[in-house]
Design a binder for this molecule. Structure first.
Ligand code: HEM
Length: 412
């Protein structure tokens, strides 16, 4: 059993979670960390089993709301923010989740996503032009700021029918909510920011939906409003929740996929050269990026009924972090798990989760990454890492850097 080494958010584990999880996998693969009052699961088999089991519930906001309500002086504004989060698809359990997801899936269809390819190519090209115009030979370009961050935000906002001039509004609101969703619930400072971000976003989306009801377009917001299963359709509350969830879900994760993948290539020049000279392998390459250093470090569940996982007894109400990053480097499933191998086959990674909550935006994320990464290598074949000092976000749920400094060595 580990004890002093339980610093899962310490600088060493944040910089290199894979070595940390490898040690945990070898010593105690279903591990209780008392300071988090949570289980941490790192084997592929155990994580996959839990993702597909009804014993592990996604409804983890409602118990927090209940606990907050029972306090002497409940924080009403935090409760209101959490109630809005509680409506997100990702926090619902079947059968409610099944109906909700079916209706959303009808609108967020593969056809609608495939139709975005040209738009993604054009946005990526414009962002690269801007990055080149602002670059200088003696100062590295921050690839996150210039390309990986704006691209997914512009794409999902455009899909929903948000006019370009309003896009910047989302950045601040979304960052505020992110502090609550990906951070700790007990940080007072974050509550007010999250409440503000959430209420502004909800107000904006409400107005957007009113507009498309009056003037339907060929955008995702209209498709969601019009989505029907027989007589059944999405309620106004569900529409707002899913739009916020999509705007939010489509943001930071895809940013990190693009940035982490580019970092993987910059640190493995022979793999970079392989992809640059044979861009046809991009499909397999994206799957490997998701496995090797994917953006979703973990997903959270709450034990719904006393159960057992990997030989450990878990009690109803226990919180469980299913470490996708640990599972994706499990040597029982992957040969040479710590190597980036763009031709890896088979590749049973679970970077998008598994089971009923499998990422709804997976094909959009794949599309964006498969356009932007080869384009970057085509335009900046000589690009190099600008600094070895990379700052990773010290959080449990996502894996992302604050900046990615790169010398583009672009021909102007
Ligand atoms: C590389 C980028 C992405 C990664 C790694 C990722 C990862 C994930 C994971 C691991 C889950 C499962 C959560 C759970 O089981 O609790 C999930 C669910 C979800 N994702 Fe993504 N995601 C990405 C991009 C996107 C995009 C672009 C969108 C939308 C535009 C999106 C929307 C969603 C939604 C709505 C869910 C909830 C699905 C449900 O509960 O049925 N994601 N994502």
């Amino acid at each position: 059993m580990r004890s002093g080494a339980d610093d899962i958010l310490g600088p060493t584990a944040v910089a290199d979670p894979y070595s940390y999880f490898a040690e945990l996998r070898a010593t105690d693969p279903v591990h209780w960390i008392a300071s988090y009052r949570s289980w941490f699961v790192v084997r592929h088999d155990d994580v996959s089993e839990a993702l597909k089991s009804e014993d592990f519930s996604s409804d983890r906001i409602a118990p927090v709301i209940e606990r907050l309500r029972s306090k002497d002086r409940p924080d009403i504004s935090l409760i209101e923010t959490l109630e809005l989060l509680n409506g997100w698809l990702v926090f619902r359990n079947p059968p409610e989740h099944t109906r909700f997801r079916r209706l959303v899936h009808k609108a967020f269809s593969p056809r609608m996503i495939a139709a975005m390819r040209e738009e993604v190519v054009s946005v990526a090209g414009e962002l690269m032009d801007l990055a080149v115009a602002r670059s200088s030979p003696d100062r590295p370009t921050d690839l996150i700021h210039e390309i990986a961050y704006p691209l997914p935000a512009i794409v999902i906002a455009g899909m929903l029918g948000v006019p370009p001039e309003d896009r910047d509004l989302f950045k601040d609101w979304s960052d505020d909510i992110s502090a609550l969703v990906f951070g700790a619930l007990d940080d007072e400072g974050r509550h007010e920011r999250a409440r503000h971000g959430m209420s502004e976003l909800v107000r904006y989306i409400g107005e957007l939906l009113d507009r498309v009801r009056l003037q339907p377009g060929d955008d995702l917001a209209t498709a969601l409003v019009e989505s029907r299963d027989g007589e059944d359709g999405l309620t106004n509350e569900e529409l707002i929740a899913i739009c916020v969830n999509l705007l939010f879900g489509g943001h930071e994760t895809t940013t990190n996929l693009i940035a982490n993948s580019m970092l993987g290539l910059l640190k493995n020049p022979e793999q970079k050269e392989l992809l640059r000279t044979d861009p046809a392998i991009i499909g397999a390459a994206i799957e490997e990026f998701l496995r090797y250093d994917g953006p979703a470090k973990s997903v959270v569940r709450v034990v719904a009924a006393d159960t057992e996982l990997g030989g450990k007894s878990m009690k109803r109400g226990d919180r469980v972090f299913l470490m996708l990053a640990g599972a994706n480097h499990d040597p029982e499933v992957f040969d040479r798990p710590d190597e980036l191998d763009l031709r890896r086959k088979p590749n049973k990674h679970i970077g998008f989760g598994a089971g009923v909550h499998y990422c709804l935006g997976a094909s959009l994320a794949r599309l964006e990454a498969s356009v932007v990464i080869p384009l970057m290598l085509e335009r900046f074949p000589e690009c190099e890492l600008g600094s070895e000092q990379l700052e990773w976000d010290p959080v449990l749920l996502t894996r992302g850097m604050k900046h990615l400094p790169v010398f583009l060595h672009a021909d102007r």
